[in-house]
Design a protein around this ligand. Sequence first.
Ligand code: IGP
Length: 264
Amino acid sequence: MQILEKINNKTLIDVKERERELSLDELENLIADGNFSTKDVKKFLKSSENEPIRIIAEVKKASPSKGVIKEIFNHLEIAKEYNTFGANAISILTEPHFFLGNLEYLKEIRDITDIPLLRKDFILTKYQIAEALVYGADFILLIAASLEQELLNELYTYARGLDLEVLVEVHDKEDLEKALKSGATIIGINHRNLKTFEMDMKLCETLIPLIPKDKIIVAESGVSDIEVIKRLHSVGADAFLIGEHFMRVPSIKEELKKFKNSLN
Ligand SMILES: O=P(O)(O)OC[C@@H](O)[C@@H](O)c1c[nH]c2ccccc12
């Protein structure tokens, strides 16, 4: 079985378990009675003359392709640095088995920052979307390769109905077609194939010309130097989703500053 399928299967088992504790109806009642406002994510991610390079910095302890990336890992310390040194949004992996993430990280990081937070997980159900809102997310990830068109459309509409923004992730033309049909306005181009872990750092050049100009483009995975950022910006990327690199550098502050200023 492919790794993506494995993760998705495990994810669905976990969701069922959580639903036994608190049903979707109950979650939705919580939302109806609460005050779960979200931020205007697009404003933070769209490249502009003043601030051409937008960075989504990821809190990432481990991954199935690399194993444990950061042994001494303090999600709050990392998020505080991202917040202080100019990240435009923070991506928080909440998948617990393969990425050693945690949904609680989302809630805890919400308390220390006002920039948009992405729930980065393998979202296959409305339940996970409602949860994302309750735990403090402003936007969610939907992976086109994991979802049939109909389900992608349904989850996209559900999230927008809760005022959550959606980053729809693609890795080839077929994914991209699906993403555009769903109505996505923020499109993530993942250089990493989630089924094989192979990297294609030229993917933006292939796919961006096929995307209408008004969409926001996020270049994802394998970004670790200024030359790559410059090149991808010049072909139309607005924002960069960076995880592993920030987990490994001695100073997040210096790297973030360098990347934000890469065009200067
Ligand atoms: O650590 P990297 O190579 O900078 O990549 C970050 C991010 O793009 C990656 O974590 C990611 C992109 N899409 C995903 C989907 C699920 C899990 C993880 C991901």
